[in-house]
Design a protein around this ligand. Sequence first.
Ligand SMILES: [Zn+2]
Length: 276
Amino acid sequence: MVAALDRRYPPAWAEEWDRVGLVLGEPAAPVRRVACVVDVVPETVAEALAAGADMIVAHHPLLLRGVSSVAATTYKGRIVHRLIKADVALYVAHTNADVADPGVSDALAARFGLTGLRPLHPPRPGSPADGPGRGIGRIGELPTPLTLAELARHAAAVLPVTAWGVRAAGDPGRMVRTLAVSGGSGDSFLAEATAAGVDAFLTADLRHHPAGEHLAAGGPALLDAAHWATERPWLDDLAAQLRDELGVETVVSDLDTDPWTVHAAAPRPDDKEPRP
Ligand SMILES: [Zn+2]
């Protein structure tokens, strides 16, 4: 299992700051059922244990920064204890799965039916991840051009459902033909989306100042989706690969781990009932 995952998502392809690969478990232990999740949190762990999984493959690292204790009295230590006691292994494929071809953003691009895919942020030439088709994010053409407002509504319909939904920045009537997508936090790729000449860029975790300055400089329109919703589509690809190549059973978590649970849009002026 570990060797097969390492072949598809070589740990050397991960960013330097990232922590990927086998986190918990015996490499030689047999694996019959794998749970695929974006986040390793108590809820997804409970779901994996209830499904009888022997292994969890997660996108986000459980232990990204150094820890000096995994005592069961700590949040993450509790998770580590639960997994070890249940004899469930944990494997992480993060930025090495983002950069792979196919990778996390290919599954996101597929939700929009994008064609002619190319990477948004190719790896540095000569770096371990350098190779044809590889890179973070994807650029492609929509099957039918849509206005930004239409595309935002379409995105909310084709992406996994979250309270956050999708918000867009820029002229709502702007026509979008070429779309860049990047699963997860895509703040740092705004300049590349502009340089690529796309009409719009869909990602997650966009912020006031970078977004505002990007638009003021004439950059592509922006769509800000829920972080979880942009990476959840990849779990289907991952599960299909594990089933087809390794013959293991898979369960894909649809548990929304996005932290935002309420979204209230202000009523539009014409929606307001006259007060008595
Ligand atoms: Zn992410």
